[in-house]
Design a protein around this ligand. Structure first.
Ligand code: S3P
Length: 442
């Protein structure tokens, strides 16, 4: 975990230079899971050495997988094959990581051993019924606590059968959970998405040699196949880059290049939304790395304007709304977000927590059931007065309010920032390097 608990930000600061943010969290989790179940040795470079993906790594080690590293982003996974995992000594503690718990619930549903999945204070409040329900339809009888919350007790030994499942919400975690259980199920497993969500599971399974069919919104696979080891180059995480995309958009005279960022089209909603607000963002040096599109993203200051955020972009920018709310507060005019009720069940209730924090530093933000209305003050240089905000153990809330300091009249203190280490272990160093006046304190 981090050796700090608070961010103290002096008002103002600049944003310039070239940086590479850490590896993609979604891809890092999946590289461990699929590498572990593959036949042969998988070498990963650019692995996110954040607490979330490290918790996935530790969990697979606890199930008998020999994993070397991480060292400088390099991880070597000696795959045990689809049926090679062994029973862990005790419960698997997945910390803050919803992705680990939901994907692993699917993968572990059909193992011959029983396993318990636990998490921290934030994860223990998050809904797991969305995965235990489809898994029950497949034949796995997973016990959760009241309200479908963790810990999850997976009895093991279930004989799964394939299902055809219309996803009740646009969620890559639920989609992935069902598909991963489907690897072990008899017959075909299909999911139908209400809206496109990140497709790393589908892309990476194909990269490991597994046949996955995508026909419009339906994704299907058949159980009983095998995964073949492959090498993975993890691009920088667009969700981490997003804080700096907003920072460079709202700061004066900013010019920042973010190197080697994954621009998978199911992840680029943040670029589309910022561009609709008038941002100056250029994708340079576009290329493909291991089945994922990558670019260097150059962002320069602009005068943002408020918009009605198109609902079709919501799942494609789902993790970026804390940062986008800060951008909206620094835009001229009103920004309205709707159709984003999923934000209420993230690492914190990101609608309430962001509205509270924005109000605490002097912005005008009104939470709604499924989004937020923000009256931006972009015509002024200083859009916030400053003050103290509570990050509620949510990494993305903490980093978003750090960025807000660029347009604040007074200093900002952000409390409960420890979890920044879950997704962005060197955020403080990179923020200081580009020019934020950030001090991390114990
Ligand atoms: C993720 C999916 C998203 C996202 C999370 C990572 C994934 O969650 O918020 O940070 O790696 O599949 P939902 O599927 O709950 O929207």
């Amino acid at each position: 975990m981090s050796d700090f608990s608070q961010f103290l930000l002096q008002a103002g600061g600049a944003v310039s230079g070239r940086i590479r943010v850490p590896g993609d969290k979604s891809i890092s989790h999946r590289s461990i899971m699929f590498g572990a179940l593959a036949e042969g040795t998988t070498t990963v470079s650019g692995f996110l050495e954040g607490e979330d993906s490290l918790n996935t790594l530790r969990a697979f080690r606890a199930m008998g997988v020999d994993i070397e590293g991480p060292a400088g982003g390099r991880v070597v996974i000696h795959g045990v094959g689809m049926h090679g995992l062994t029973a862990p000594q005790g419960p698997l503690d997945l910390g803050n990581s919803g992705t680990s718990m939901r994907l692993m619930a699917g993968l572990l549903a059909a193992q011959p051993f029983s396993v318990t999945l636990t998490g921290d204070r934030s994860l223990s409040k998050r809904p797991m019924g969305r995965v235990t329900q489809p898994l029950a339809l497949m034949g796995a009888d997973i016990a959760a606590q009241e309200g479908g919350r963790p810990p999850l007790v997976i009895p093991g030994g279930a004989a799964l059968k394939g299902i055809d499942y219309p996803l009740p919400m646009a969620s890559a975690q639920v989609k992935s959970c069902v598909l991963l259980a489907g690897l072990y199920a008899q017959g075909e497993t299909s999911v139908v998405e209400p809206a496109p969500t990140r497709d790393h599971t589908e892309r990476m399974l194909r990269g490991f040699g597994y046949e996955v069919l995508t026909e419009g919104s339906r994704i299907s696979l058949s159980g009983g196949g095998t995964l073949k080891a492959t090498d993975i180059d993890v691009p920088a995480d667009i969700s981490s880059a997003a804080f700096f995309m907003v920072a460079a958009s709202i700061a004066e005279e900013a010019d920042l290049t973010l190197e080697h960022v994954g621009i998978n089209p199911t992840r680029t909603g943040v670029i589309d939304i910022l561009k609709l607000m008038g941002a100056n963002i250029a994708l340079e040096n576009q290329r493909e790395v291991g089945g994922e599109p990558v670019a260097d993203i150059r962002v320069r200051s602009t005068h943002l304007k408020g918009i009605d955020i198109p609902e079709n972009l919501v799942p494609l920018a789902i993790d970026e709304f804390p940062a986008l709310f800060v951008a909206a507060a620094c835009a001229e005019g009103r920004t309205v977000l709707t159709g984003a009720e999923e934000l209420r069940v993230k690492e914190s209730d990101r609608i309430q927590v962001m509205a509270d924090g924005l109000q605490a530093i002097g912005a005008t933000a009104t939470p709604t059931a499924d989004g937020m209305v923000i009256e931006g003050r972009g015509e002024q240089l200083q859009c916030f007065v400053g003050g103290e905000v509570e990050a509620h153990d949510d990494h993305r809330i903490a980093m978003s309010f750090a960025v807000a300091s660029l347009r604040s009249a007074g200093s900002i203190r952000v409390c409960n920032c420890e979890n920044v280490a879950t997704s962005f272990p060197n955020f403080v160093e990179l923020a200081q390097q580009v020019g934020l006046k950030l001090e991390a304190i114990a």
